[in-house]
Ligand binder design. Structure first.
Ligand SMILES: O=C(O)c1ccccc1N[C@@H]1O[C@H](COP(=O)(O)O)[C@@H](O)[C@H]1O
Length: 223
């Protein structure tokens, strides 16, 4: 099993993304999240200022090795500024695949690439990636490339032989996560909007419900 993917053997992995307050960090840890996501994209309602990033990532020490920083087409300097203060173990990027390799070399951390899809042909086949996040291709007018609560036809990934470990994302919620795992063949999920009571406002109750619902799904044995 690759490093930072401790959970994929026998139960679904869960990443809670867009954490921006103490209660949601604490609840995610206590409820058993595998990865915690922190957003560094100014146009997101989950965007973290540097001082908050420092405090919250330290608070998440229990998940050392699995604290994920999310960046959209980041410049190297932008990531460097964040890493100067925040404790992040993995970088999640929205960018071209080649950037993943460059950033991994520069920052000595695994880099996960987010990919928006709307057809099976959009599924990436690039090797040498540390991880992939597969979600809906955003609408042309979307303000963000992700975090829009938008799902896609989960059957598009069924039977897919991914070149790297991957998480399913986009429009997941406590109500649909078990169905999504079954339909997509994913072994790990990533959620943001679906565990919020309003954009950017995480709900501890929904975080607990989401993790419980995902863990209630019994993964099929690996081939
Ligand atoms: O969460 C955000 O605000 C965000 C901003 C910019 C890019 C991605 C973002 N979130 C990621 O998008 C997917 C799907 O999220 P949702 O559950 O549909 O809201 C997930 O990987 C988030 O980490």
């Amino acid at each position: 099993m690759p490093e930072n993917w401790p959970c994929l053997a026998d139960r679904p992995g869960v990443k809670i993304c867009g954490l921006n307050d103490d209660a949601s960090v604490q609840t995610s840890i206590e409820a058993g999240a595998d990865w915690l996501g922190f957003v560094f994209f100014e146009r997101s309602p989950r965007h973290l200022a540097l001082d908050e990033a420092r405090r919250l990532t330290r608070r998440a020490e229990a998940l050392k090795g699995r604290r994920v920083g999310l960046f959209v087409k980041p410049l190297d300097d932008e990531i460097a500024r964040v890493l100067d203060v925040a404790e992040l173990d993995i970088l999640q990027i929205y960018d071209i695949p080649e950037r993943a390799e460059t950033l991994r070399a520069r920052f000595a951390r695994p880099v996960w690439l987010s990919c928006g899809i709307s057809a099976r042909d959009d599924l990436p086949q690039i090797t040498r990636l540390d991880g992939l996040i597969i979600e809906a291709r955003p609408d042309d007018h979307a303000a963000r490339p992700g975090g829009n609560g938008q799902s896609f036809d989960w059957s598009l990934t069924a039977g897919w032989s991914s070149p790297a470990p991957w998480l399913l994302a986009g429009g997941l919620s406590p109500e649909n996560v078990a169905t999504a795992l079954a339909a997509s063949g994913a072994r790990a999920v990533d959620v943001s909007s679906g565990v919020e009571s309003a954009p950017g406002k995480k709900s501890p109750e929904l975080i607990r419900k989401f993790i419980k619902a995902a863990r209630g799904y019994c993964l099929p044995l690996r081939n």
